[in-house]
Design a protein around this ligand. Sequence first.
Ligand SMILES: Nc1ncnc2c1ncn2[C@@H]1O[C@H](COP(=O)(O)OP(=O)(O)O)[C@@H](O)[C@H]1O
Ligand SMILES: [Mg+2]
Length: 219
Amino acid sequence: MPARGKLITFEGLDGSGKSTQLDKLARSLRAHGLSVTVTREPGGTTTGERIREVLLHSATAGLSPLTEMALMFASRAQHIHEVILPALAEGRIVLCDRYTDSTEAYQGGGRKLGTKPVLQLHEILCGNLQPDLTILLDNEVAFSVERARRRNRKHKGGRSERDENRFEQENRAFFGRVRHAYLAIAAREPNRVHVVNARGTPAETHAVIMELVRKKLKI
Ligand SMILES: Nc1ncnc2c1ncn2[C@@H]1O[C@H](COP(=O)(O)OP(=O)(O)O)[C@@H](O)[C@H]1O
Ligand SMILES: [Mg+2]
Protein backbone atom coordinates (compact mmCIF):
# COMPACT_ATOMS: atom_id res chain seq x y z
CA MET A 1 0.00 0.00 0.00
CA PRO A 2 1.42 3.42 -0.90
CA ALA A 3 2.38 5.77 1.89
CA ARG A 4 -0.31 8.16 3.13
CA GLY A 5 -0.40 11.26 0.99
CA LYS A 6 -0.32 14.82 2.28
CA LEU A 7 -3.09 17.27 3.01
CA ILE A 8 -2.25 20.91 2.36
CA THR A 9 -4.90 23.53 3.08
CA PHE A 10 -5.13 27.18 2.02
CA GLU A 11 -6.71 29.71 4.33
CA GLY A 12 -7.30 33.44 4.40
CA LEU A 13 -9.92 36.07 3.74
CA ASP A 14 -11.88 36.13 0.52
CA GLY A 15 -9.62 37.89 -1.99
CA SER A 16 -6.39 36.94 -0.20
CA GLY A 17 -5.29 34.88 -3.21
CA LYS A 18 -6.02 31.30 -2.12
CA SER A 19 -7.40 30.05 -5.44
CA THR A 20 -4.63 31.79 -7.40
CA GLN A 21 -1.92 30.22 -5.24
CA LEU A 22 -3.53 26.81 -5.05
CA ASP A 23 -3.62 26.67 -8.82
CA LYS A 24 0.03 27.69 -9.11
CA LEU A 25 1.10 25.14 -6.51
CA ALA A 26 -0.85 22.36 -8.24
CA ARG A 27 0.91 23.15 -11.53
CA SER A 28 4.35 23.17 -9.92
CA LEU A 29 3.80 19.90 -8.05
CA ARG A 30 2.42 18.20 -11.15
CA ALA A 31 5.45 19.42 -13.09
CA HIS A 32 7.51 17.53 -10.49
CA GLY A 33 5.53 14.42 -11.43
CA LEU A 34 3.46 14.32 -8.24
CA SER A 35 -0.20 13.21 -8.12
CA VAL A 36 -2.28 16.14 -6.96
CA THR A 37 -5.95 16.40 -6.06
CA VAL A 38 -7.38 19.93 -6.03
CA THR A 39 -10.55 20.51 -4.07
CA ARG A 40 -12.41 23.09 -2.01
CA GLU A 41 -14.73 23.78 0.90
CA PRO A 42 -17.54 24.21 1.32
CA GLY A 43 -18.05 21.84 -1.61
CA GLY A 44 -15.74 19.28 -3.19
CA THR A 45 -18.51 16.68 -3.58
CA THR A 46 -21.93 16.71 -5.25
CA THR A 47 -23.63 17.00 -1.88
CA GLY A 48 -21.09 19.54 -0.67
CA GLU A 49 -21.55 21.78 -3.72
CA ARG A 50 -25.28 21.90 -3.01
CA ILE A 51 -24.58 22.86 0.58
CA ARG A 52 -22.12 25.48 -0.72
CA GLU A 53 -24.84 27.08 -2.76
CA VAL A 54 -27.08 27.40 0.29
CA LEU A 55 -24.22 28.81 2.37
CA LEU A 56 -22.84 31.33 -0.09
CA HIS A 57 -25.82 32.56 -2.09
CA SER A 58 -26.75 36.09 -1.12
CA ALA A 59 -30.45 35.17 -1.26
CA THR A 60 -30.00 32.77 1.67
CA ALA A 61 -31.50 34.79 4.49
CA GLY A 62 -31.89 34.26 8.19
CA LEU A 63 -29.34 31.46 8.54
CA SER A 64 -28.45 31.23 12.23
CA PRO A 65 -24.72 31.09 13.07
CA LEU A 66 -25.17 27.56 14.44
CA THR A 67 -26.93 26.39 11.29
CA GLU A 68 -24.15 27.95 9.24
CA MET A 69 -21.54 26.07 11.27
CA ALA A 70 -23.48 22.80 11.04
CA LEU A 71 -23.76 23.09 7.25
CA MET A 72 -20.04 23.82 6.93
CA PHE A 73 -19.29 20.65 8.87
CA ALA A 74 -21.87 18.61 6.94
CA SER A 75 -20.10 19.55 3.72
CA ARG A 76 -16.71 18.77 5.29
CA ALA A 77 -17.68 15.37 6.70
CA GLN A 78 -18.87 14.24 3.27
CA HIS A 79 -15.76 15.72 1.63
CA ILE A 80 -13.43 13.83 3.97
CA HIS A 81 -15.33 10.60 3.42
CA GLU A 82 -15.70 10.85 -0.33
CA VAL A 83 -12.59 12.72 -1.50
CA ILE A 84 -9.87 13.49 1.04
CA LEU A 85 -9.36 10.14 2.77
CA PRO A 86 -9.48 8.07 -0.44
CA ALA A 87 -6.96 10.42 -2.09
CA LEU A 88 -4.63 10.29 0.91
CA ALA A 89 -4.88 6.51 0.97
CA GLU A 90 -3.65 6.51 -2.64
CA GLY A 91 -0.67 8.60 -1.61
CA ARG A 92 -1.86 11.73 -3.40
CA ILE A 93 -1.18 15.33 -2.41
CA VAL A 94 -4.50 16.97 -1.61
CA LEU A 95 -4.68 20.76 -1.99
CA CYS A 96 -7.81 22.06 -0.33
CA ASP A 97 -9.13 25.60 -0.64
CA ARG A 98 -10.40 26.23 2.95
CA TYR A 99 -10.86 23.67 5.72
CA THR A 100 -11.73 23.68 9.43
CA ASP A 101 -9.64 26.79 10.17
CA SER A 102 -12.13 28.70 8.02
CA THR A 103 -14.95 27.54 10.29
CA GLU A 104 -12.96 28.56 13.35
CA ALA A 105 -12.22 31.96 11.81
CA TYR A 106 -15.62 32.78 10.25
CA GLN A 107 -18.14 31.05 12.51
CA GLY A 108 -15.95 30.93 15.63
CA GLY A 109 -14.48 34.44 15.26
CA GLY A 110 -16.67 36.31 12.78
CA ARG A 111 -19.98 34.94 14.10
CA LYS A 112 -18.64 34.80 17.66
CA LEU A 113 -19.43 31.12 18.30
CA GLY A 114 -15.95 30.67 19.74
CA THR A 115 -13.22 28.14 19.10
CA LYS A 116 -14.44 25.36 21.35
CA PRO A 117 -17.54 24.14 19.47
CA VAL A 118 -15.59 24.19 16.21
CA LEU A 119 -12.80 22.01 17.58
CA GLN A 120 -15.32 19.68 19.23
CA LEU A 121 -17.28 19.25 16.00
CA HIS A 122 -14.04 18.74 14.10
CA GLU A 123 -13.23 15.87 16.41
CA ILE A 124 -16.69 14.29 16.19
CA LEU A 125 -17.47 14.85 12.51
CA CYS A 126 -14.02 14.93 10.92
CA GLY A 127 -12.20 12.34 13.02
CA ASN A 128 -9.93 15.25 13.93
CA LEU A 129 -8.17 14.94 10.55
CA GLN A 130 -5.41 17.57 10.58
CA PRO A 131 -3.67 19.05 7.53
CA ASP A 132 0.05 18.31 7.20
CA LEU A 133 0.52 21.94 6.25
CA THR A 134 -1.72 25.00 6.25
CA ILE A 135 -0.86 28.13 4.33
CA LEU A 136 -2.53 31.19 5.78
CA LEU A 137 -2.50 34.04 3.27
CA ASP A 138 -2.57 37.14 5.40
CA ASN A 139 -3.33 40.67 4.33
CA GLU A 140 -5.07 43.82 5.54
CA VAL A 141 -8.85 43.39 5.53
CA ALA A 142 -9.39 46.35 3.20
CA PHE A 143 -6.87 44.97 0.72
CA SER A 144 -8.49 41.52 0.49
CA VAL A 145 -12.03 42.87 0.35
CA GLU A 146 -11.06 45.17 -2.51
CA ARG A 147 -9.43 42.33 -4.49
CA ALA A 148 -12.47 40.11 -3.97
CA ARG A 149 -14.84 42.87 -5.09
CA ARG A 150 -12.79 43.55 -8.21
CA ARG A 151 -12.71 39.83 -9.02
CA ASN A 152 -16.48 39.46 -8.54
CA ARG A 153 -17.20 42.45 -10.76
CA LYS A 154 -14.91 41.07 -13.44
CA HIS A 155 -16.57 37.66 -13.40
CA LYS A 156 -20.12 38.91 -13.40
CA GLY A 157 -21.91 37.16 -16.21
CA GLY A 158 -18.66 35.40 -17.06
CA ARG A 159 -16.99 32.30 -15.70
CA SER A 160 -18.74 32.38 -12.39
CA GLU A 161 -22.37 33.23 -12.85
CA ARG A 162 -22.98 31.79 -9.45
CA ASP A 163 -23.83 34.20 -6.70
CA GLU A 164 -21.39 33.47 -3.86
CA ASN A 165 -21.62 36.82 -2.15
CA ARG A 166 -23.43 36.19 1.13
CA PHE A 167 -20.31 36.70 3.24
CA GLU A 168 -19.23 39.68 1.17
CA GLN A 169 -22.10 41.65 2.68
CA GLU A 170 -20.51 41.48 6.13
CA ASN A 171 -18.85 44.57 7.57
CA ARG A 172 -15.27 45.51 8.34
CA ALA A 173 -15.60 44.48 11.99
CA PHE A 174 -16.66 40.96 10.98
CA PHE A 175 -13.63 40.51 8.72
CA GLY A 176 -11.41 42.00 11.39
CA ARG A 177 -12.56 39.27 13.79
CA VAL A 178 -12.01 36.62 11.09
CA ARG A 179 -8.45 37.79 10.50
CA HIS A 180 -7.75 37.95 14.23
CA ALA A 181 -9.07 34.40 14.72
CA TYR A 182 -6.90 33.15 11.85
CA LEU A 183 -3.78 34.69 13.38
CA ALA A 184 -4.68 33.16 16.76
CA ILE A 185 -4.81 29.69 15.16
CA ALA A 186 -1.39 30.29 13.59
CA ALA A 187 0.02 31.34 16.97
CA ARG A 188 -1.46 28.24 18.63
CA GLU A 189 -0.25 25.77 15.98
CA PRO A 190 2.98 27.16 14.52
CA ASN A 191 4.16 23.76 13.26
CA ARG A 192 1.13 23.30 11.05
CA VAL A 193 0.08 26.83 10.11
CA HIS A 194 2.45 29.09 8.18
CA VAL A 195 1.47 32.72 7.75
CA VAL A 196 2.39 34.01 4.30
CA ASN A 197 2.27 37.70 3.51
CA ALA A 198 -0.22 37.97 0.66
CA ARG A 199 0.66 41.52 -0.42
CA GLY A 200 3.28 40.61 -2.98
CA THR A 201 2.78 39.64 -6.60
CA PRO A 202 1.34 36.19 -7.32
CA ALA A 203 4.82 35.01 -8.39
CA GLU A 204 6.47 36.28 -5.19
CA THR A 205 3.87 34.63 -2.99
CA HIS A 206 4.15 31.40 -4.97
CA ALA A 207 7.91 31.28 -4.42
CA VAL A 208 7.44 31.55 -0.64
CA ILE A 209 4.77 28.83 -0.66
CA MET A 210 6.88 26.54 -2.87
CA GLU A 211 9.74 26.77 -0.39
CA LEU A 212 7.45 25.84 2.53
CA VAL A 213 5.99 22.91 0.61
CA ARG A 214 9.38 21.72 -0.57
CA LYS A 215 10.58 21.53 3.03
CA LYS A 216 7.42 19.84 4.24
CA LEU A 217 7.24 17.25 1.46
CA LYS A 218 11.03 16.91 1.25
CA ILE A 219 11.13 17.39 -2.53
N1 LIG B 1 -0.74 38.62 -5.42
C1 LIG B 1 -1.76 39.20 -6.06
N2 LIG B 1 -1.68 40.48 -6.44
C2 LIG B 1 -2.72 41.08 -7.07
N3 LIG B 1 -3.87 40.48 -7.36
C3 LIG B 1 -4.02 39.20 -7.00
C4 LIG B 1 -2.97 38.49 -6.32
N4 LIG B 1 -3.40 37.23 -6.07
C5 LIG B 1 -4.65 37.16 -6.56
N5 LIG B 1 -5.01 38.32 -7.13
C6 LIG B 1 -6.31 38.64 -7.76
O1 LIG B 1 -7.17 38.97 -6.67
C7 LIG B 1 -8.45 38.35 -6.84
C8 LIG B 1 -8.71 37.41 -5.68
O2 LIG B 1 -7.80 36.32 -5.73
P1 LIG B 1 -8.30 34.83 -5.46
O3 LIG B 1 -7.15 33.93 -5.76
O4 LIG B 1 -9.58 34.59 -6.16
O5 LIG B 1 -8.53 34.92 -3.86
P2 LIG B 1 -9.35 33.94 -2.90
O6 LIG B 1 -9.41 32.60 -3.59
O7 LIG B 1 -8.53 33.92 -1.64
O8 LIG B 1 -10.67 34.57 -2.69
C9 LIG B 1 -8.41 37.66 -8.20
O9 LIG B 1 -8.97 38.51 -9.14
C10 LIG B 1 -6.93 37.45 -8.45
O10 LIG B 1 -6.64 37.42 -9.82
MG1 LIG C 1 -11.08 31.46 -4.05
